[in-house]
Design a protein around this ligand. Structure first.
Ligand SMILES: N[C@@H](CCC(=O)N[C@@H](CS)C(=O)NCC(=O)O)C(=O)O
Length: 232
């Protein structure tokens, strides 16, 4: 399998939350993957997928885009491997979380990492990053749209209240077993982490779950290359 994976100026920096969901889902299934670093302006490289966003997964003859579609594809084509959802009700719950993330965390997280991401993208992506993100965040300069760490952490902490309450009762979002519901929420933290930003205060009770997620699949997320602090 081949995954087109958003990279920064340094090939090793992989900072797309959606690509991280797929990396973790593939590890969960025990499926090896080759990741191909992709840059925002490399549109022609993924034109074969019929759209312009990553992740794009090439699985033999099939091309699948959109992290949710990819998770469903992996679950449906490898039912014999550890389940990502734990059945139909678990799939519906994970789909709810996928939508919840879009409407609750996505308005916050990218603004918390905005300046770090802008500094980290490849030079040839920088103009596109600025114009597309300024348009997305109310036609203001990036520097005005960006949250400070304190502002972003406070908004994240508030948005994560239901997640924190579930994790106070069970080790994972799907209950006793690690699964795709966890990968959805964790992906945002991983994006912030590799860009050198703490999305959660050290005192937050969710830290224990975060550590479990970093350790999952032989520390796949923990071992990811992190932007050196000086460059962020
Ligand atoms: N709903 C999609 C979202 C994918 C997405 O937004 N990908 C970003 C990278 S994190 C992208 O490719 N952006 C390209 C751009 O901004 O032009 C999914 O779940 O895969």
């Amino acid at each position: 399998m081949l995954l087109y994976d958003l990279a920064g100026a340094d090939d090793r920096l992989r900072f797309s939350p959606y690509c991280w969901r797929v990396r973790l889902a593939l590890a969960h299934k025990g499926l090896p993957v080759e990741t191909r670093p992709w840059r925002l302006t490399d549109q022609e490289a993924i034109a074969f997928s019929g759209q312009g966003l990553v992740p794009v997964l090439v699985d033999g003859q099939r091309t699948v885009h959109d992290s949710w579609q990819i998770a469903c594809h992996l679950e449906d084509t490898h039912p014999d491997r550890p389940s990502l959802f734990g059945g139909a009700a678990g799939r519906a719950y994970a789909q709810f979380l996928d939508r919840w993330y879009e409407h609750t965390l996505r308005p916050v997280l990218p603004r918390l990492v905005l300046l770090q991401a802008h500094a980290a993208v490849h030079e040839r992506d920088r103009g596109y990053f600025r114009s597309s993100r300024e348009a997305r965040f109310g036609n203001r300069p990036l520097e005005e749209a960006a949250y400070t760490t304190a502002q972003g952490q406070a908004l994240m902490a508030q948005a994560l209240t239901p997640v924190r309450e579930v994790l106070a009762r069970s080790p994972y979002l799907g209950g006793s077993d690690l699964g795709y519901a966890d990968y959805i929420v964790f992906s945002g933290f991983q994006q912030a982490r590799v860009l050198g930003v703490a999305a959660l205060a050290d005192s937050d009770p969710m830290q224990a779950w975060l550590q479990r997620m970093l350790n999952a699949h032989d520390g796949l997320a923990r071992q990811a290359w992190v932007l050196p602090a000086a460059a962020a």
